[in-house]
Design a protein around this ligand. Structure first.
Ligand SMILES: O=C(O)c1ccccc1NCC(=O)[C@H](O)[C@H](O)COP(=O)(O)O
Length: 206
């Protein structure tokens, strides 16, 4: 069963809609330049309102350790997601399970890059250029995904209710991660699109 994470949640209402639709995880963006940015205080309210068994994921982009620790102190988080140029040493320094995101564009050697993060729970592959921010709504050539990599692969980048079934069937990834493809405007999720997404994911896996 392919897992589903919806990233860039900014309200309790959107978190409830994601959980009610049957998605596995929500992502909270702690990158101040993002239109989906939430403060630790906002995120704490969202996470406290989550039902059991829905994973809360904190997304950081080149944050310093102080910001990550401050967020961990204030918010009930299950998993960290590092989306920038964070070293493996930095990612593991919080003694918290993490996933590492990598932008496929311009990446020379996936295995060499991903192997540095050998203690990550999974590797998220997005369409952004290495070192740039994600959440762009752009897809990439899925044939570039590594085949048979030892860790779970999470596919992100331009996924929508219209292309998610094709993406899952073509790639057999562990999970898919979406943001702009289920939004009504930047930072605001659409209940209709979230339900359409989950209907598609369930349809092909019935
Ligand atoms: O969402 C942001 O604004 C953001 C900012 C900085 C780094 C990463 C960011 N988002 C990453 C993601 O939300 C996911 O990788 C996402 O599923 C891909 O986004 P999209 O192409 O919009 O589905």
């Amino acid at each position: 069963m392919t897992r589903v994470k919806i990233c860039g949640i900014t309200s309790i209402e959107d978190a409830h809609n994601v959980a009610a639709a049957g998605a596995d995880a929500i992502g909270l963006v702690f990158y101040a330049k993002s239109s989906r940015y939430v403060t630790p205080e906002q995120a704490a309210k969202i996470c406290n309102a989550l039902p059991p068994f829905v994973t809360s994921v904190a997304l950081f982009m080149n944050a310093d350790a102080e910001q990550v620790n401050d967020t961990l102190n204030k918010v009930k988080l299950d998993l960290l997601q590092f989306h920038g140029a964070e070293s493996a040493e930095f990612c593991r320094s919080f003694n918290k399970p993490y996933i590492k995101a990598v932008g496929i564009n311009g990446l020379k050697n996936f295995t060499e890059y991903a192997d540095q993060y050998h203690d990550a729970l999974g590797i998220l592959i997005d369409s952004h250029a290495l070192g740039k921010a994600g959440g762009t709504g752009e897809t990439f050539d899925w044939t570039l995904l590594p085949k048979g990599y030892a860790k779970p692969i999470i596919l992100a980048g331009g996924l929508t209710p219209d292309n998610v079934a094709e993406a899952i069937m073509q790639t057999s990834v562990y999970a898919v991660d979406l943001s702009s493809g289920v939004e009504s405007s930047s930072g605001i999720k659409s209940k209709v699109k979230i339900n359409a997404l989950m209907k598609e994911v369930n349809r092909i896996q019935a």
